[in-house]
Design a protein around this ligand. Structure first.
Ligand code: SF4
Length: 248
């Protein structure tokens, strides 16, 4: 077991996580549109359901905004988030190509999706330059396991990233077990946090703040998961990670 920057993990961290921990990843929010309606979704009103892109906190009005922001923060890579980047595939492909052309093949790009992407889409993502894909395989995950197999077959580093919901240990363990055999390499569990947007839904389900000085959900840490053969990690950041942006 290894620890650092408030995270714990086994084996090796995915490259996307290593660069995030260094603060070297541009957060490229492709769209606020998403086909899911997770009760814990922390997307702010200014982003949720709105088909707009942001590079960190910079609204993207042209391709230049993406490049300028990546230069400003001296990014070594990008995490492509939403919403779900999978619902705006052409835009996602365009951004990946743009970043790889501007910063070269070493610029590491990972993306999040809650969709069971098809083989053609995954191959296109790989051809465009995507390095790593993370599936939000929680709730309705039909077809996602097969999609993971296709992602692995397309040559993408593939993993699962889901929230560590208190009381849902068995469900999380089932996800870990289901991952086996897909070829996926890692399972990331994000700690659940209250946000302005999800607070009511969280309270209705009986979740409470850990303390008055923390946004964390009480009871989020005691369970320790069964470990899949690859890496599992427990980042300290709010769930779900794929919706995170620097300040909103
Ligand atoms: S948490 Fe992610 S998958 Fe769920 S509704 Fe929000 S953006 Fe969509």
């Amino acid at each position: 077991m290894k620890e650092g920057f408030g995270n714990v993990w086994t084996a090796e961290l995915p490259e996307g996580c290593r660069l995030c921990m260094k603060g070297a990843k541009l957060v490229l929010f492709v769209t606020g549109v998403c086909g899911r309606a997770c009760f814990y979704c922390p997307l702010s009103k200014k982003r949720a359901g709105r088909d707009l892109s942001w590079a960190n906190e910079r609204p993207v009005r042209s391709r230049d905004d993406v490049i300028l922001e990546a230069h400003r923060m001296e990014a070594l890579g990008a995490g492509i988030t939403g919403g779900d980047p999978g619902v705006r595939m052409e835009r996602t492909l365009e951004y990946i190509r743009l970043l790889k052309e501007a910063f070269g093949p070493e610029f590491h790009i990972h993306m999040y999706t809650a969709m069971a992407l098809g083989g053609r889409e995954l191959k296109e993502l790989k051809r465009a330059g995507l390095d790593e894909i993370r599936y939000h395989a929680w709730g309705k995950a039909e077809g996602m396991w097969e999609s993971m197999e296709r992602a692995v077959g397309a040559g993408l580093s593939t993993g699962v990233e889901i929230p560590a919901i208190p009381g849902q240990g068995k469900g999380i363990e089932a996800v870990a077990r289901r991952m086996e055999g897909t070829g996926a390499e890692f399972l990331n569990l994000n700690e659940l946090e209250f946000s302005h947007e999800n607070a009511q839904a969280m309270r209705e389900r009986g979740y409470e703040l850990k303390s008055e000085t923390s946004h964390a959900v009480r009871g989020r840490r005691p369970w320790r998961p069964w470990r899949p053969a690859g890496t599992w990690s427990w980042p300290s950041t709010s769930a779900p990670h794929h919706t995170r942006t620097p300040t909103s």
